[in-house]
Write a protein that binds this ligand. Structure first.
Ligand code: ZN
Ligand code: ZN
Length: 174
């Protein structure tokens, strides 16, 4: 969905849309959306600047970083964005840009791409580190068993190589 600035009455408007999960392709392959994505918000135009604020909501499924079990969690984000035209950006970058102005996005002066906003906000709202629970024991790197549901002897069998050699000698003695 795009917001055409020309159609804004008095430079203001509001928007609301519901995307199917598959319409919002997140770049992060860990993240799979499991519910429709709702977005709503407002737009305000002021000269060459456009202010967009709103709220995004959905549910996402991620894998636990340790045991790879799928974990579902709510995604909810408020956003406040500022856009300026490319021409405006160039003239204001000639003057020293302060940090606040650096977070501004450049747009074509005609429309705002809500799809892009939603994709970005969903990614920002998803945690970078995901655990099914804080004390998740993960997967054994040797045999692949899920240590939360079973135990293996891999760690116990990890013997000092020198002992292993002795063990070997013993066996040949027999
Ligand atoms: Zn886990
Ligand atoms: Zn194991």
């Amino acid at each position: 969905m795009r917001i055409e600035l020309e159609k804004l009455e008095g430079g203001r408007g509001s928007f609301a849309h519901v995307y199917r999960p598959e319409e919002i392709e997140t770049i992060d392959e860990r993240v799979r959306l499991t519910q429709p994505v709702q977005v709503k918000g407002g737009v305000k135009r002021s000269g060459n600047e456009v202010f967009v604020n709103g709220h995004v909501e959905t549910r996402a499924q991620l894998e636990c970083d340790r045991c790879l079990k799928p974990v579902e969690l709510p995604v909810s984000a408020d956003f406040e964005l500022e856009y300026i035209t490319g021409a405006e950006y160039e003239s204001s970058s000639a003057a020293a840009l302060n940090e606040e102005e650096m977070s501004v996005s450049v747009f074509d002066g005609e429309s705002i791409d809500v799809d892009e906003i939603v994709k970005e906000q969903v990614l920002l709202a998803v945690p970078a580190r995901m655990l099914c629970r804080e004390e998740c024991k993960g997967i054994c790197p040797e045999c692949g068993i899920d240590r939360n549901s079973g135990q293996c002897n891999c760690a116990a069998e990890e013997v000092d190589p020198r002992w292993a050699a002795l063990k070997g000698l013993k066996n040949t003695d027999r």
